[in-house]
Design a protein around this ligand. Structure first.
Ligand code: 6PG
Length: 230
């Protein structure tokens, strides 16, 4: 299921989105004493990060993580870890706890087992913000990768896995569908006409192997709230 929100500008979207997310984090903290949120990387969310970093809430009770990251040094320009540290973990949000997906040099099975155990302390996530590539990938669940079925497997117990896309660089660590769909609040953040066309294609049928974002958009029980501006 989806709910669509359209904005006349990207900055209007980013501010409204930041306010809504901040309120949901506050609600989770009031209810449980803590909150957790996972962001996508890429170019889309930078403006959202800046607005969110200035929101007033008890950031010390918030765990921030990523839906996925590229397996690169965390000082690489292509690191989502770096993107978050430079654009979100500042201002008021500097007090948040950041759970990096890149905590080792080697992406080994043992590392993933340890990361999965550590992630349990803040799962299920309160808020998940998905992005979408023009191939319909989301997080690092890519239609081109050999791991696409595993990534979309609703019964897949471990929440974090390795994927190797063939149409994008780097090995990746990504939360899988079974972990992300359990979020209390699920969002898709896309901007521009090209992504709107991809979104319409994704909404046209539910073949998720072809376009993994469809697994979230066409889910029977979970609402994926879309934030879009030109
Ligand atoms: C990543 C993201 C990925 C991203 C989409 C859209 O690591 O690249 O997590 O899923 O959200 O590729 O990226 P843009 O925002 O750059 O279009």
């Amino acid at each position: 299921m989806i709910k669509q929100n359209t904005f006349s500008s990207r900055d209007e979207l980013d501010l409204a989105f930041a306010k809504q997310i901040a309120q949901q984090l506050c609600d989770a903290i009031s209810l449980k004493g803590y909150a957790s949120i996972a962001f996508s990387g890429g170019s889309t969310p930078k403006g959202l990060f800046t607005h969110l970093s200035n929101m007033t809430l008890d950031w010390s009770k918030v765990t921030i993580t990523l839906v996925d990251d590229r397996w690169v040094d965390t000082d690489s320009q292509d690191s989502n870890d770096r993107l978050l540290r430079e654009n979100l973990l500042k201002n008021n949000a500097v007090k948040a706890r950041f759970f990096s997906l890149k905590q080792a040099e080697q992406l080994t099975t043992d590392y993933l087992n340890t990361l999965n155990k550590q992630a349990q302390q803040f799962m299920p996530l309160d808020v998940v913000i998905l992005g979408m590539g023009e191939d319909g990938h989301t997080a690092s669940i890519f239609p081109c990768s050999e791991q696409v079925e595993q990534g979309l497997d609703a019964t897949n117990a471990p929440c974090l896995m390795k994927t190797v896309p063939t149409t994008a660089p780097y090995e990746r660590v990504t939360f899988n569908f079974s972990a992300l769909i359990k979020a209390a609040h699920l969002y898709l953040h896309v901007v521009g006409d090209a992504k709107q066309q991809v979104l319409q294609t994704a909404l046209a049928n539910d073949n998720a192997i072809e376009m993994p974002i469809r697994a979230f958009l066409h889910h029977q029980d979970k609402t994926c709230e879309i934030f879009w501006a030109e």
